[in-house]
Write a protein of this length. Sequence first.
Length: 129
Amino acid sequence: MKRIIFLLPVVLIALAACNLDNSGYPKKVRFSADGGTTWISGEYSATSPEIISHSGKTLATPEYRERKGDEEDDTFYVSYDWLTVKGGMHDNVMMLTAQPNTTGQRRKLRLTGMDFDEVYEIMVTQMGD
């Protein structure tokens, strides 16, 4: 009985840590060569996303736009080459759009950011022809 009482908190902590892995965002997003749009969500708002290279070099930082008219929220945009990311400043959902890949080669970029102390990193891959 003592073992069960001891193991229960350990198991609950481990499960909680698994649920918040990568702040709830997917670790990988794939697009076909045709491109397209997909929506992803996480546990926390994604207020400071950056597009970075494999070596960790920052390629693009977000631009911010204040709410106008009947828009629901302030928004951010970050775009580099073939990938564009858009989201609400206080929202946990991002829209990723990939342009068609006409290079014939698979291409990759990383999307990374944080909200308070929560960090996420998403590998975005697009297939070649």
